[in-house]
Design a protein around this ligand. Structure first.
Ligand code: HEM
Length: 506
């Protein structure tokens, strides 16, 4: 007789697995979206799976997003979920190494550095960095070409990774980091980045060379930044339009200024937070543009209309001008819908709270309680391509955002009607709430503060490239690459080449 252990009906259903401890790690790690959609078919929106010994309760849909991200920080903790991954890389006394209320203060300090005034200065710097990069022989060889009809080819993620670090360091990170990029800083960054992988997330301490390199790189990078801060203070030059300057002026509520190592570690955290997210988003954008020549031409035309000179050259972009480009905006928005760089957001459930609002997972099977010691997981990557919510969810169609009567607007109307609720997402503002199905930048207290910077950076980079070159997929290739989920940030699988041809000589 088979022994059947009755399931506690207050617990979410468990995903069946053969091997204890390993559980569903391989299915989840290989293709989390496929795994989540398959589990939803079997178990509904809320289910628990085993990830290398951890119990992870997934809550899908917009309500699931709200459950995880709108939860009280005392019930669901980001620091307990992430600190073993982030503290060795970012360093002590910042982000998830401090109590949440301290990190919230640190986020406010960072917001000071992400000011409109700084953004105004950044647009020209972004443009200049991309221009210099395209003229250099690092990746684009186009400037050496004599024949305007000649096509070249580049690995889109390699190029975007370089452009992203060049533009971020020139602006937010400051001129010292930018000049260090040509020297020792890049190697340090690479070693640190090698310690920010799913392996590090799953196994905080392994006796591996990459872990040792990570620790060494962190120490050196921390010193690199504290050195910059000290020199700036000594020379009295701390009024650069960058984040280091902004942080040097900040004080905690109790009047204590940020210590040098805290500034250094926040700078490392920002470097890591913005690098792969932006370079992945830029890569997907260029791939989609290469595939959709019509949208690419509309984007080019938008640049001509707003910044074009009669002789075919362009005026420099401005922050104010940038904010009036609906095609560019919808191209980025739609790319982030289909390819949010972060597919899973996790929290650790610090206590069992049966009567709390937070513990009530909305599900067609009723209300579940997530026990202490479980992780909870939200996936905007699922709700952003959910066929129950979106019209043609797998079609990359930027017009769904630019037309108020378009498919995005219809999708949201249908969605709220189906649930019989009057949730006003507000067209164009759908990324705001914790219950929105569209959340590439997260939601709630841990929401991204780099969104505006990322939009400006990506927008300027993409526009500068599109002004100079036409893009196509390689001969015989009609589809863009699949997602590679084996990295922390969802990247395009190789090969991921884009062909380019110069639009004009200048
Ligand atoms: C948080 C996405 C760029 C800094 C987040 C979260 C997401 C996200 C989904 C929420 C994480 C969670 O709840 O656990 C993105 C995307 C980006 C991007 C898609 C680019 C396309 C940036 C940039 C910066 C940045 C450029 C820095 C300038 C942060 C910070 C947090 C955050 C400080 C807060 C983490 C917390 O409160 O726990 N980002 N991000 N991000 N991001 Fe971004």
């Amino acid at each position: 007789k088979q022994l059947v252990v009755p399931r506690d009906p207050s617990l979410p259903p468990e995903v069946f697995h053969w091997i204890p401890f390993v559980g569903s790690s391989i299915a989840y790690g290989d293709d989390p979206l496929k795994f989540f959609f398959e589990c939803r078919e079997k178990y509904g929106d809320v289910f628990t799976f085993t990830l290398l010994g951890r119990k992870v309760t997934v809550a899908l849909g917009a309500k699931g997003n709200n459950f995880v991200l709108g939860g009280k920080s005392t019930a669901f903790s980001a620091e307990d979920a992430y600190t073993h991954l982030t503290t060795p890389v970012f360093g002590k006394d910042v982000v998830y190494d401090v109590p949440n209320e301290v990190f919230m203060e640190q986020k406010k300090f960072v917001k000071v550095g992400l000011s409109t005034e700084n953004f105004r200065a950044y647009v020209g710097m972004f443009e200049q960095e991309v221009d210099n990069y395209m003229r250099s022989d690092q990746a684009f060889i186009i400037w050496q070409m004599d024949d305007i009809n000649e096509w070249g080819r580049f690995d889109v993620t390699d190029v975007m990774a370089q452009i992203t670090i060049l533009t971020a360091s020139r602006t937010l990170q400051g001129k010292e980091v930018r000049s260090g990029l040509d020297k020792s800083f890049s190697a340090l960054y690479n070693d640190l980045d090698g310690g920010f992988t799913p392996l590090n997330f799953m196994f905080p301490n392994l006796p591996l060379e990459s872990y040792r390199r990570r620790d060494k790189a962190h120490k050196k990078m921390s010193e690199y930044y504290t050195d910059i801060i000290r020199k700036r203070r000594e020379s009295g030059h701390s009024d650069e339009p960058d984040m280091i300057s902004a942080l040097m002026d900040q004080k905690y509520r109790d009047g204590r200024p940020l210590r040098d190592h805290e500034i250094a570690h926040i700078m490392i955290a920002l470097l890591m937070a913005g690098q792969h997210t932006s370079s992945a988003s830029g890569s997907w954008t260029l791939l989609h543009l290469a595939q959709n020549v019509e949208v690419q031409e509309a984007l080019y035309q938008e640049q001509v209309d707003h910044f074009g000179n009669p002789d075919g050259s362009f005026r420099p972009m401005t922050y104010e001008g940038f904010r009036q480009l609906p095609v560019l905006d919808s191209v980025i928005r739609e790319t982030l819908r289909m390819h949010p760089p972060i597919h899973s957001i996790m929290r650790y459930c610090s206590f069992r709270c049966p009567s709390s609002r937070d513990s009530r997972c909305p599900s067609k099977d009723g209300v579940y309680v997530v026990p202490k010691g479980y992780y909870v997981l939200a996936s905007a990557a699922v709700s952003q391509v959910d066929p129950l919510i979106w019209v043609n969810p797998t079609k990359w169609d930027p017009t769904r955002w630019s037309d108020p009567e378009g498919v995005a607007a219809q999708a949201f109307k249908t969605y709220s009607d189906e649930n019989g609720e009057k949730i006003d997402y507000g067209f164009g503002a759908v990324s705001k709430g914790t219950e929105s199905p569209y959340q590439p930048f997260g939601a709630g207290r841990h929401r991204c503060i780099g969104e505006q910077f990322a939009y400006l950076q990506l927008g300027t980079v993409i526009s500068t490239i599109i002004r100079k070159v036409e893009l196509r997929l390689e001969d015989g290739i009609t589809e863009i690459p699949e997602h590679n989920y084996h990295t922390m940030i969802t990247m395009p699988k190789k090969p991921r080449n884009v062909c380019y041809r110069r639009r004009r000589f200048d």
